[in-house]
Design a protein around this ligand. Structure first.
Ligand code: IVH
Length: 675
């Protein structure tokens, strides 16, 4: 019995290791994640039944270690060196000259083989394998002594607990960089911000911080990865004659190496690599701060030797720094097109990422408060590629006396309307809506759009021109435009000016749902506008409704209700509405439809999708609402029916996935007739 259990365990472990290798090292998984998870669960279950058969190198043992109380010290048998840096081409040429002279290469210097690799921005680690089993992981520390982080490196899935095959040296120390891929970093920070936890300034700090956790479960939760780039102690076995072939061997033993690594010829090859990696930098999934060139042949490396703490056979060629420190001189607030107020840092100018930066975004009040950024602080500014420069952190140890906290302005710096910031919301907004020039263009575009007032021929370019010459400030101004003035504008002939004025005139006859939607009240989309119009019947009823009354309207929750009340509480908005009506904007008045408290469809949630042939979606919705049902926009497990017409898409698919009942138009009509 125990034999066969042992066989099963061995088979499961081999299979899991194989899939790990395919996934992490070859980047070519063979089976879906679900299959991998299934194998892992099977292994864990079997090991639970037979704890005596658990081995240290079992793939299940990644998070098995208990938290430690302090890090042990690891003495590196071979020091972990650092690299000399160069920034400019001529410095690199100097390096190449020194190398080729010492090697007495003469004319062959152009051909000298360098292994070229990205310089990964993470944390250096040493991994010790004895008989193919991972026995120790350590940080670089000061190069001669590091910290024992075995319990943490074992949680990193890309690090094999056991090497593949059997041709590896008995003792093999590999060294490499543990890093947090950009995507994982963004995701981790987003979640941390949401739950109010500490965010990381950059992926490098994230990697280093994650490795220095006492509790391996914390490390396991961080999306870490590794590329190995060299060996340390090698005993009981031989390695190839070159660095590049050694990397290939390591890869064969299941260790992950950087796919961008290459062998290049001479200094020209290095410069070409630098260019190529530099242009690919933004699109690489991990952060780098330069490239590294290493003389490829070990024989030549030995000949060159070391100077103090760095090898003479390798050099780091750095990219311009993407992060710098500078002093925060002040904070202004910029109003975006949706009214969002963005705090913008005014900085002591600093050269970063290849340009001089004197303004940087602080994103929003939440971020600013979480980072505790104060005027007078020394801050870290980051400019990465085309991304707008941002303040990513504060150096608290440099905080002088008398720094000033940043306060959110009470009124909009552009239009003077109230600024609101909901409890628990990151973003503060100007309530000026239609009258705030920062928001005007967007608001006007929305106002004239097809599903709103549907004014034909009033495109974005034209709106921008009209706002630029200050001819149109609010939507009401559109209704005063005359042919004579329109023909003065760019690309506007007599004919099109006449047509436009006619279209504006025609748009005056509208419907209440369109009008409400056109106002651009936050959170009030087409469906909500229709629902409001139907339930309240007249605009006056909407203006006087309180949050409680609004929440009785189908599709209106507490947030939407608050937005509506806020909108109508602004005198500017009321003024615009008044002027619009005075210019002749009107719609057929109707009486409110009271939603029956307990109609035949009370509590039932419908989603409508696709094009119906006998009625519009608004009409279909009215039928549902009149019977006490509710219509929402997205399909979830709470949906009772999905009604689909022609060209129904993802909502119908989702309904089928969730096994929600679906009704075609006929079935829907039948249901309405019987209820
Ligand atoms: S080789 C003797 N290769 O850079 C040479 N280092 O300044 C040992 N690094 O501590 C390092 N990418 O953390 C090497 N492809 C790469 C690297 C790399 C990043 C880091 C490593 C090291 C530091 C040296």
């Amino acid at each position: 019995m125990s034999r066969s259990v042992q066989n099963t365990l061995a088979r499961l472990r081999d299979e899991i290791r194989h899939h790990n290798y395919r996934y992490h090292v070859l980047d070519d998984p063979e089976v879906p994640d679900a299959e991998y998870d299934r194998l892992m669960r099977e292994l864990i279950a079997l090991e639970k039944k037979h704890p005596e058969l658990v081995t240290a190198d079992s793939p299940s043992q990644r998070v098995g270690d208990a938290p430690i109380s302090a890090f042990g010290t690891v003495q590196h048998q071979i020091p972990m060196l650092s690299l000399e840096n160069v920034f400019a081409e001529d410095e690199l040429r100097d390096f190449h000259r020194r190398v080729t002279e010492k090697l007495e290469l003469g004319d062959a210097e152009e051909e000298l083989a360098y292994a070229a690799e990205p310089k990964l921005d993470g944390a250096a680690v040493s991994l010790m394998y004895v008989d193919g089993i991972l026995v120790q992981g350590a940080t670089r520390g000061d190069g001669s002594k590091g910290e024992d982080i075995t319990h943490n490196v074992k949680t990193i899935e890309a690090i094999p607990l056991r090497l593949r095959g059997d041709s590896f040296p008995r003792t093999l120390e590999v060294r490499g960089e543990v890093f947090m891929p950009k995507e994982g970093f963004e995701e981790y920070n987003r979640k941390a911000a949401e739950t109010g936890e500490k965010t990381f300034v950059n992926p490098r700090n994230a990697a280093a911080g994650s490795l220095r956790q006492l509790d391996p479960r914390l490390t396991a939760a961080r999306p870490l990865d590794i590329y190995v780039y060299t060996v340390g102690v090698v005993e009981g076995g031989v390695l190839p004659d070159t660095h590049s072939e050694t990397l290939a061997k390591l890869r064969g033993w299941g260790l992950k190496t950087c796919p961008e690594s290459e062998v290049v010829a001479g200094v020209e090859g290095c410069l070409d690599f630098y260019e190529r990696i530099g242009s690919a930098r933004e699109s690489l999934p991990y952060e780098i701060d330069g490239v590294v060139y290493k003389v490829d042949a070990f024989r030549q490396q030995r000949e060159l030797g070391f100077v103090s703490r760095a090898p003479r056979w390798a050099i780091a060629h750095k990219f311009p720094a993407q992060e710098e420190m500078t002093v925060l001189k002040g904070v202004d607030f910029q109003v975006g097109r949706t009214g969002a107020l963005t705090p913008v840092a005014r900085l002591e100018p600093v050269f970063v990422g290849g340009v001089t930066v004197s303004n940087a975004t602080l994103h929003n009040m939440d971020e600013l408060e979480r980072k505790d950024v104060r005027v007078g602080d020394t801050v870290i500014v980051r400019r990465q590629g085309d991304v707008i420069p941002a303040v990513v952190g504060v150096i608290k140890s440099r905080r002088p006396k008398g720094t000033r906290r940043v306060k959110l302005p009470k009124s909009c710096p552009v239009c003077g309307s109230h600024v609101v910031r909901e409890e628990g919301e990151a973003v503060a907004r100007c309530t000026g809506g239609l009258i705030c020039s920062a928001q005007r263009i967007e608001a006007l575009k929305h106002f004239v759009s097809r599903k709103a007032m549907d004014i034909d021929g009033l495109g974005a370019k034209l709106i921008e021109q009209l706002v630029a010459i200050d001819r149109v400030r609010t939507p009401a101004d559109l209704f005063t435009l005359r042919v004579e003035e329109l023909v003065e504008l760019e690309r506007m002939g007599d004919k099109s000016a006449e047509k436009l004025v006619a279209a504006i005139d025609a748009a005056k006859q509208t419907s209440l749902p369109r009008f409400l939607f056109a106002l651009g009240i936050r959170e009030v989309g087409e469906a909500t506008a229709a629902s409001l119009a139907q339930s309240l019947g007249r605009l006056e009823n909407l203006l006087s409704a309180d949050e409680e009354r609004l929440q009785a309207v189908p599709d209106v929750g507490p947030i939407v209700a608050r937005r509506i009340v806020e909108f109508f509480a602004e005198p500017h908005n009321l003024e615009v509405i008044e002027t619009l009506r005075n210019s002749g904007v009107s719609w057929p008045e109707s009486e409110p439809v009271d939603v029956p408290e307990d109609g035949p469809l009370s509590g039932r949630v419908f989603v409508l999708t696709g094009t119906l042939s006998n009625m519009t979606r608004d009409e279909a919705k009215a039928l549902v609402v009149a019977r006490g049902g509710k219509v929402t926009g997205s399909v979830s497990r709470k949906t009772d029916y999905v009604v689909f017409g022609e060209k129904a898409g993802s909502k119908l698919t989702k309904a089928r996935q969730l096994e929600v009942e679906t009704l075609d138009e006929n079935a829907f009509i039948a249901l309405m007739e019987t209820t």
